[in-house]
Design a protein around this ligand. Structure first.
Ligand code: DC
Length: 223
């Protein structure tokens, strides 16, 4: 039976950095489910499918093929055979994903794919509903969070390093809006699973977070 680690939490809490690094050190596969929601959003944007257009969204979900592969250990997302990984981190795609990830057809499609990936492989999977809906029986669950201001500052620094100039205020506003949408949608809203361990990274550097989570893993393996 595969060993599954679920990491959930709001945008900017450091999930992907931590999950990727943890997976590498344990020899597990890292599955970034946000990238799958972003891939669907990219398709809707590219084909001008309005999130309000229910039948358009449902038809697209039936048509679109999303495949996950790995290159040098890095997750690649193929949309109908085309590698679109480099397109997925754009703000426009992230904002669309935050809206379209609330749609039932999108969630059903991607949840199926995610369950299948974890069934036969040891994974560290990160997202918003992994511990609650996708892998409710995961052997280990972490809810990774940080204060809104801290998350906004981290995103600001990340964008600055990429030469993108966006005000801290507008980033913080985006994060608040995204949190609200993720936490208040009808299906699988973001929340801490009852059996998840809360890790608040506001005052931690990456190494401290990783050591904390590795300790939790060692305890789980012993029990
Ligand atoms: O983690 P991220 O920013 O790449 O995720 C993009 C959007 O997808 C985010 O607004 C919430 C949504 N998402 C989700 O609803 N469920 C997941 N398991 C992962 C992401």
């Amino acid at each position: 039976m595969s060993f599954n680690i679920a990491i959930d939490g709001p945008a900017g809490a450091g999930k992907s950095t931590i999950a990727r690094s943890l997976a590498r050190s344990l020899g597990f596969i890292y599955v970034d489910t946000g990238a799958m929601y972003r891939a669907m959003a990219y398709y809707f944007l590219k084909n001008r499918i309005d999130p309000e257009n229910k039948s358009g969204i449902e038809d697209a979900c039936a048509d679109v093929d999303i495949t996950i592969t790995y290159e040098n250990g890095e997750q690649q997302v193929l949309l109908n055979g085309e590698n679109i990984t480099s397109q997925l981190r754009k703000e426009s795609v992230g904002n669309m994903a935050s809206v379209t990830s609330a749609l039932p057809a999108v969630r059903i499609k991607l949840t199926q794919l995610q369950k299948k990936l974890a069934a036969s492989t040891d994974v560290v999977m990160d997202g918003r509903d992994i511990g609650t809906a996708v892998l409710p029986d995961a052997q280990m669950k972490i809810y990774l969070t940080a204060g809104t201001a801290v998350r906004a500052k981290r995103r600001y620094e990340e964008l600055k390093a990429q030469g993108i100039d966006k005000s801290l205020e507008s980033i913080e506003k985006d994060i608040r809006n995204r949190d609200y949408r993720d936490m208040h949608r009808d299906i699988s809203p973001l929340c801490q699973a009852e059996d998840a361990v809360l890790v608040d990274t506001s005052d931690m550097d990456i190494e401290t977070v990783l050591n904390t989570i590795r300790r939790i893993y060692e305890e789980k393996k012993r029990s």
